[in-house]
Every structure is written in C-alpha cells, then in structure tokens.
Design a protein around this ligand. Structure first.
Ligand SMILES: [Zn+2]
Length: 338
C-alpha cells in the first residue's frame, strides 16, 4: 500500500491533527448538473473533478445534501437512495498551525504536491479559542469509563502545552502525578512520579473538569469530583487565578476567562487542511451518468440566450424568472470551480 504512506502524520505531535470524514453522494451531485442544469454527462464529470468543497462542508457539524455520515459500509444515500458504488469518502485533516507542527506540515505538503489532484491543501484563520474547543471535543471522546481516563486527559493537555516532549515515554515510566511543592514552573520526574509546578497542576485540574463536566456525575479531577463553584474556589485559594490575572468574582465569569486563558489568550492561529480526494477521483472515474434529456437541454439553451439578451423583460413572467435562476445557478457553479 504505497499510496497510504503519502499521508503519514506520525511526525506530528499527538493531538495536533483532527480528521473529518464525510461521505459525498456523487449521484446527488451529478443529478444537479444533468437534470437541473441540463449539462451533458462528460462536462458534468469535468466540473465535478475540478470542484473543491468549502471547508464548512468538509468539517462543519451540519451536513447537507450531498454530504452525509454513512452509518455503515452498506448505507444508501439518505437523499437519493443510491448505493455505495456512487459514494465517495472525503477525509479532511485539520492541522493546527504553530511551532509544534509547521516543519512537519511543510514536509508533508511538499510530498503531496507530487500527487497531483489527489490532495487539496486549504488554509483558514481561526482564534485560539476555536482551536482549543476543537481539541476539547477530541478529548471528550476519550472513554470516561476507562480507569486511566484521567491520565489520558492529563497527557493530552501536557502534549498540547509542551508539544516537544515525548509524553508517551514520560507516562510509560510514571505511576503517579503530583503537585510539586518545590518547582516554580514546568515539571519533573522523580522516583517514577511526575511532579507538576503549581500553575501547570491547576491548569491540568481545570482541563480535567472541563472535559469531564458533561459526564455522569460531573467534573472528575485530581482533586476529586468538583462542581464549578468548588473548582473556582480551589483555583482562587491556590493563588492560581491571581497568578494568571483572572480577577472576576462570579464562577461563570471566572470560567469564561479561564477557558480563554487555557486556549492561549487573544490572537489567532492558522489552521491547515489537507483534503484527501483520492477516493473521490477513483469513484468519479467509475461513475456512470445518464445524459440529460435532449428536450430539456434544448429548452435550457434557448432560455440562456433569452436571459442574456432580454434580462429586464424576463422579470415580468414568473416562468421565465425561474429560468434565469437556473442560469445564474449554472454560472455560480462555473465560478466555484476556480
Ligand atoms: Zn444521493
């Protein structure tokens, strides 16, 4: 499987790459081109090949036609009931930009350019808050019934905070995590115990609370199960809130400021997206598309001519108005291609 090797994220620090999988129904897309717009089959394939989906479609939580999440490998399209032969899987890998990932990402992207149309690389600006939420969502998927859950969340946070350390190695060698009474910052391992400086320790507790608060029974942390009130109270008494400049009083305000602080504060972060189009291109090659009905094509052509020459006049009749809409839609598709 030489192909698989191209997309190798092993050089990236853990939890810095988020994959999004979407199933795209090619039959649904083809229908729009041929039945709605009257575009011939061959041209339809060309249009589809050149199409780059919007990031919202690839990574957003709301899925609209022609995208869906296939419940199983044999699932039919929820919109047109087509079988899996006409479905392609688009996987988008989101990489949070920054010192921890930039070198590995550049190397990866350089390798992908030789793969031609197989991959698309997109970029978008994001805030630290958004990037942090994406990461939290990933953490929330860890199995909370696993007794090592708290260890996994702690490791995940430390990986995010100090991405250059090999935390797998550190965690393999320790059996206990403690707050250090000696360290002013950072961490150390002593006699198979991991000691965290107070600030890092309390941030770890806060993250444990945030990730687990939706679980049954509320926030589970190194400090036991805590309510928000209890968490805030401990953070205050430990001196952590003062140290990081959070001066609010109500627990809700403190929580909001805490989230913002943990995320990395103000400012932005660049998000990089690698879209794996290989399955899409393969499936598209095999896709059989029926030609649009001749009559419909002729009608559309006439309509297009009329629309171009007599734009103002067409407004008067509802029927013709509809035709203009279709032509505009067709133009929009052409633009998207670029
Ligand atoms: Zn469909």
């Amino acid at each position: 499987m030489a192909k698989q090797d191209v997309l190798d994220f092993s050089a990236f620090p853990p939890n810095t790459v988020t994959p999004f999988r979407r199933t795209l129904c090619l039959a649904c897309v083809a229908d729009v081109f041929t039945k709605l717009l009257g575009i011939p089959a061959k041209k339809t394939v060309t249009e589809m090949r050149g199409y780059t989906p919007a990031l919202e479609e690839l990574t957003g939580s709301e899925l609209v036609r022609p995208y869906f999440l296939a419940a199983d490998a044999k699932a039919h399209c929820p919109y047109c009931d087509s079988s899996t032969r006409k479905h392609s899987v688009l996987t988008t890998y989101c990489v949070e930009g920054g010192r921890a990932t930039d070198a590995a990402r550049r190397k990866l992207v350089a390798g992908l350019t030789s793969q031609g149309e197989g991959f698309a690389v997109l970029e978008a600006k994001s805030t630290h808050d958004e990037a942090f939420f994406t990461w939290l969502e990933k953490m929330a998927k860890l199995d909370s019934n696993d007794e090592r859950w708290i260890r996994h969340v702690t490791q995940g946070f430390l990986e995010r905070k100090h991405p250059r350390t090999d935390w797998d190695e550190v965690f393999e060698g320790i059996y206990m995590i403690r707050r250090s009474a000696r360290l002013e910052e950072g961490w150390e391992v002593d006699a198979r115990r991991l000691f965290l400086a107070p600030e890092l320790y309390w941030e770890t507790v806060a993250v444990q609370y945030i990730v687990s608060r939706s679980h049954h029974g509320g926030g589970q942390t190194f400090e036991g199960r805590l309510t928000l009130q209890e968490l805030v109270s401990r953070l205050r008494h430990s001196g952590y809130l003062r140290a990081v400049g959070i001066t609010m009083h109500s627990p809700g305000d403190v929580f909001e400021a805490l989230m913002h602080h943990l995320a990395g504060g103000d400012g932005g972060v660049k998000m990089h997206y690698v879209v794996d189009r290989r399955d899409f291109l393969e499936k598209l090659k095999e896709l059989r598309i029926a030609e649009p009905r001749k009559k419909a094509v002729a009608k559309k052509k006439v309509a297009a001519k009329k629309a171009a020459t007599k734009k103002a006049a067409t407004k008067k009749s509802d029927g013709k108005k509809a035709e203009v809409k279709k032509v505009t839609a067709r133009k929009a598709v052409g633009k998207k291609k670029k």
